[in-house]
Design a protein around this ligand. Structure first.
Ligand code: ADP
Length: 265
């Protein structure tokens, strides 16, 4: 622990001794370090696509000025890099919003079954494109929670998108909704959403760190897939804000399961 010591003379004439105040500033220092790391990470994440963009602009203004084929190819890469920056900025905004609101409990009645059906429908084309067979089970009847429908939709999108991205081509992705009368974590009725892929999985040693901002099992792979490294951090904060639980399980070579449990309203 680190202590900040403040000593002040007792009495206005200064002759009666001193009062010494010890304050544990370990936590404050850790927060400062986390903030500095975060700023460094964000700068790095933005700098990489920006450097690529500047490089291509220079090439297009100079050596590739009259090369139509190169121009088309470069513009395509530039578009991809710009989209990545835009995604990163939106994810940063989402993250700062959910962090700021974490203590405020959302209170609208939301049907998670309906949200899940619409998330799955929205992401069907992406599943088809990735050659993944996606199924939704158990979401036929309404299940209400107290929540924020935009934020819960973001949770489902992030988890399903990850399942499709890392779930492996030609694989399968199951999205399963289950309700229980007595979910242990809440001592009352709960609903659980499992997103189960048959992809490459990862060593469980990564699990405790996966919800940290910018933590990735394989950075190269994540960037190639257009990932920002913020998806699971956002999921964790939204689930916390809903008094829910978030669980990750994975077996290398067999796949992963990401589960969200929410108290039923
Ligand atoms: P990213 O934008 O990199 O996908 P996330 O926060 O969503 O960021 O995920 C963090 C990391 O967790 C990913 O980079 C990836 O290594 C790992 N990951 C997430 N979902 C899966 C999954 N379904 N299968 C395997 N690895 C996953």
């Amino acid at each position: 622990a680190t202590y900040e010591v403040v000593a002040s003379p007792l009495g206005t004439d200064g002759g009666q001794g001193v009062v010494v105040v010890f304050t544990d500033v370990t936590e404050r220092e850790q927060m400062g370090q986390i903030r500095r790391d975060f700023v460094a990470n964000v700068s790095h994440e933005l700098k990489t696509p920006l450097t690529a963009l500047l490089g291509f602009i220079e090439t297009l203004q100079g050596p590739a000025r009259d090369d139509a084929a190169a121009r088309g190819r470069f513009l395509e890469i530039m578009g991809r890099e710009a989209k990545r920056m835009s995604r990163l900025v939106s994810d940063l905004l989402s993250l700062s919003r959910v962090e700021a609101e974490e203590r405020v409990r959302p209170d609208a009645r939301v049907d998670v079954s309906a949200l899940l059906r619409s998330s799955v429908q929205t992401l069907r084309p992406l599943a088809a494109e990735s050659g993944v067979e996606m199924t939704l089970e158990g979401a036929d009847i309404a299940v209400h929670v107290l929540g924020d429908s935009d934020q819960l939709t973001q949770v489902f999108h992030n988890l399903i998108e990850n399942g499709l991205k890392y779930g492996g081509t030609g694989g399968s992705l199951r999205v399963v909704l289950t309700t229980s009368e007595r979910e242990l974590a809440f001592r009352g009725p709960g609903v659980r959403i499992d997103v189960i892929d048959r992809g490459e999985g990862f060593d469980p040693v990564h699990i405790p760190r996966l919800t940290e901002r910018f933590y990735r099992v394989d950075s190269h792979r994540s960037r190639e897939m257009g990932g920002t490294g913020l998806g699971l951090a956002i999921v964790k904060h939204i689930v916390n804000r809903h008094r829910g639980r978030f669980r990750i399980e994975s077996t290398p070579g067999q796949g992963s399961t990401f589960s969200v449990m929410l108290p039923v309203a």
